[in-house]
Design a protein around this ligand. Structure first.
Ligand SMILES: *[C@@H]1O[C@H](CO)[C@@H](O)[C@H](O)[C@H]1NC(C)=O
Ligand SMILES: *[C@@H]1O[C@H](CO)[C@@H](O)[C@H](O)[C@H]1NC(C)=O
Ligand SMILES: *[C@@H]1O[C@H](CO)[C@@H](O)[C@H](O)[C@H]1NC(C)=O
Ligand SMILES: *[C@@H]1O[C@H](CO)[C@@H](O)[C@H](O)[C@H]1NC(C)=O
Length: 195
């Protein structure tokens, strides 16, 4: 069983347990149930609200979770230690109206596909390590102001300020690097062919 599967099972199982108080109990929840989780999976397809906020969950958000939770309306994983990208598969949960992922260690770009979630009424990815442009379809929803996105150093675009100069410089350097790499490739190719 992969790490993803384990985490997913742990997530799902914790979700259907009675809510426990934060910290020590959460770890107990994750370990206690590790052995016999699979039977619970089938019960979760109708899960509509998954609130595991303020735990110590770490690792990535399993992309497969979205496909297994088609009826999910509210996802609150805020204030954990989740890392890795926001899975674009979340857009498969057509009923999602709450996505709260603030205070985690999530990185990468915000998937464009999330803009397709027509019912979204709450969206918060503040205080993560996200980067890149805010998808236009999300950014210009009047409900989500800058507070949904702040605390992510690399994130830019409306409702946040446009890309910073620093970003341009880094991109420029990468561009120059790529360009000269390509040039030497072409040159050496030429040498091989014509040399
Ligand atoms: C949960 O799923 C298991 C296995 O599929 C089933 O036996 C059980 O009856 C289900 N429980 C509920 C409350 O639906
Ligand atoms: C998510 O959970 C946190 C902590 O329990 C809470 O403060 C926050 O309001 C919730 N987010 C939403 C959108 O309900
Ligand atoms: C929102 O963004 C989309 C895509 O970028 C654009 O087509 C649309 O006109 C924008 N709407 C508003 C109100 O700015
Ligand atoms: C963003 O909107 C929320 C209510 O949705 C409001 O409480 C908050 O002050 C707004 N923040 C900014 C920076 O406009």
């Amino acid at each position: 069983m992969g790490v993803y599967t384990l985490l997913l099972l742990a997530l799902l199982t914790c979700a259907i347990l009675p809510q426990s108080t934060p910290d020590p109990d959460d770890e107990a929840c994750l370990t206690r149930l590790r052995g016999s989780l699979s039977p619970f999976l089938s019960n979760c397809t109708n899960l509509q609200s998954l609130d595991l906020s303020s735990n110590s969950l770490a690792g990535p958000i399993p992309p497969a979770a979205a496909a297994l939770l088609p009826n999910l309306a509210a996802l609150n994983l805020s204030s954990n230690r989740l890392s890795g990208p926001i899975p674009p598969q979340l857009s498969l949960c057509a009923y999602l109206n709450v996505i709260d992922l603030h205070n985690n260690l999530l990185s990468g770009e915000i998937p464009q596909q999330l803009g397709l979630l027509a019912r979204l009424s709450a969206f918060d990815v503040s205080n993560n390590r996200l980067s890149g442009p805010i998808p236009g379809l999300l950014g210009n929803r009047t409900r989500f102001n800058a507070s949904s996105y702040e605390g992510n150093k690399g994130l830019y675009g409306y409702p946040l300020p446009p890309m910073k100069n620093k970003g341009v410089t880094i991109l420029g350097i990468v561009g120059i690097g790529l360009g000269s790499g390509l040039l030497s490739l072409v040159l050496s190719f030429g040498l091989c062919v014509f040399g």
